[in-house]
Write a protein that binds this ligand. Sequence first.
Ligand code: HPA
Length: 247
Amino acid sequence: MTESSKFAVIVGSGFPALGGEDGGRRVATRFGDASAPVHTVEIEGHSVLSLARHGDDHSVPPHAINYRANLAALQELGADSVIALNTVGVVSDIRRSGEIAVPDQVLDYTWGRAHTIFDGTDGVVEHIDFTEPFSSTLRTQLLAAASAAGLDCHDGGVYAATQGPRLETAAEVDRLERDGADYIGMTAMPEAAIALELGLQYACLALVVNRAAGRGDTPIHEDVESSTLSARKQAMSVLRQFFKMKR
Ligand code: HPA
């Protein structure tokens, strides 16, 4: 196996935990416990760390996730690059349900989450430059992998992070669209910012599982049910190709 346990995947909703069978490693971090044990999975000959953001039994809602502990746990186990799988609803016509995208910008509407490692408790104050919230290197590699796998994966778009766990009202989606949002999800923030604070490379591979509230004719949960498998398969193909190209 090659050296790449420096890569980690954070797995979100609509995606069974990768490698849930190996028992995993529980890591006590300075921020507390991660959502789940960190598993090690083999993808195309690479040893990759895998963590289920919502817990292996999907019991942790987006606003209660200990994002700091999750990222610190992966870093303590040697990760320096993190591919985040996030399910999203799509606001505009840039994607359809069941497709995938690699967003390049973020709007943050979350509140009350432990959102920084620079919270003043240890006297260190830093203001990261968050102009580009995702690693351009990782984004380029993910898009190259998608293209090599023959997949239509959208390059870019604005990810709006909402608080959840409820979905949005139609009026809220209208407002998000006016703000410039393309996708809506509940987990890429504060994850992306904390990753950068920790010095990790981080990019989001978004699984589009529904039209956002007020946008489609299909009830959202039906849309999610019929679209998740397709998005999940495509995301898995991107991951496999990504690690194939790392040989
Ligand atoms: N809104 C917020 N988060 C989501 C959605 C949505 O429509 N779909 C999947 N995650």
